[in-house]
Design a protein around this ligand. Structure first.
Ligand code: GTP
Ligand code: MG
Length: 309
């Protein structure tokens, strides 16, 4: 991860939480034998960063067990031990999600509850893909509000990607059908589908998403090739609960964690890996078109542990 990205990530993770830094620093800066209080501090810090109580306790308990067994004795070994724990967790989630082949076009579906950042993320992804030489088409499958289509059209113009849309209230699956036909006709590489974010409790929305998937799969082999759940980091464990419900019905492949710039709750990445068994693919660190970073487990863990101390 580039230096500036790491800085932004760190700012996001720790913005208001000097307390977090103090606790982790307190635990990891020590010399001499590991003491129970070091691990207690680390546990508190993980909980405070929204890692989830259960996971934080489990990680701490693993460390305590190692101290008991004598395989973790020196306080200087604590930082690498924690780093390994966290990387293992993140890598397991990555391994659980295998990208699907097929296309062209490659079809990516952005799903998630209201206001998490789906539309903005679609635009940010379009910009990145274009910069890497891929042609991109945006599908305005959030037909619930006219403003949603307008918003995507504005972004599409800004990033120079065509936007396929229909009138408000149109069938989202029909928009996707059109979008894929247009993409094939124009030889487009990537189709990004923006979907509606009404509450996950709406059975309608789930049915709608299912239909979108079906139509996509019928039109393009393997589609959707990736379903990204867009999750607002500021909503913490509440967001995870919503995601759990979403994941069960929408067959999600990975997560985009947005608004990491506005929260000190970066531990939610670990909770996502643990509870959803999903890898975070991208992180949103601002409202600007360039404020999307590919997630990288090593960089994340470094940001989490190496600032401390
Ligand atoms: N600070 C910050 N704001 C973000 C980020 N991503 C999105 N936003 C803001 O969050 C708000 C909602 O973003 P949208 O992209 O409209 O969210 P959505 O999921 O499409 O919302 P609905 O279509 O209403 O479901 C906007 O004001 C965005 O600018 C981010 O990474 N950081
Ligand atoms: Mg939207």
């Amino acid at each position: 991860m580039a230096r500036s990205m790491l800085q932004k990530l760190k700012r996001g993770l720790f913005m208001t939480h000097t307390e977090f830094l103090e606790k982790v620093g307190d635990a990891l800066r020590r010399t001499g034998p590991v003491e129970p209080v070091h691990i207690d501090r680390l546990e508190e810090a993980l909980i405070a960063a929204d890692t989830g109580v259960e996971l934080s306790l489990r990680l701490a308990e693993e460390l305590r067990n190692r101290v008991r067994k004598g395989t973790l004795e020196d306080a200087a070994e604590l930082r690498p031990a924690v780093r390994e724990q966290l990387l293992e967790l993140l890598r397991a989630a990555e391994a659980a999600s295998v990208p699907r082949g097929g296309g062209p076009p490659r079809v990516t579906l952005l799903v998630g509850v209201n206001g998490t950042g789906k539309t903005t993320t679609a635009a940010k992804l379009a910009k990145r893909l274009k910069e890497s030489g891929r042609s991109v088409l945006l599908a305005a499958a959030d037909t619930f509000r006219a403003a949603a289509v307008e918003q995507l059209k504005v972004w599409g113009e800004r990033v120079g990607a065509p936007v396929v849309h229909q009138a408000e209230g149109a069938d989202p699956a029909a928009v996707v059908f059109d979008a894929l036909a247009a993409a094939r006709a124009r030889g487009i590489d990537e189709v990004l589908v923006d979907t509606a974010g009404r509450l996950h409790t709406h059975a309608n929305l789930m049915k709608e998403l299912e239909k979108v998937r079906k139509v996509a799969g019928r039109e393009v082999p393997g589609a959707p090739h990736e379903v990204l759940l867009v999750l607002d980091a500021t909503t913490g464990s509440n967001g995870i609960e919503q995601a759990e419900r979403f994941g069960a019905t929408a067959g999600v492949d990975g997560v985009v964690l947005t608004k990491l710039d506005g929260t000190a709750k970066g531990g939610v990445v670990l909770a996502i890996a643990d509870r959803l068994k999903l890898p975070v693919r991208w992180v949103g660190v601002g409202e600007g078109i360039d404020d999307l970073l590919p997630f990288d487990a090593e960089g994340f863990v470094a940001a989490l542990l190496d600032t401390a101390g």
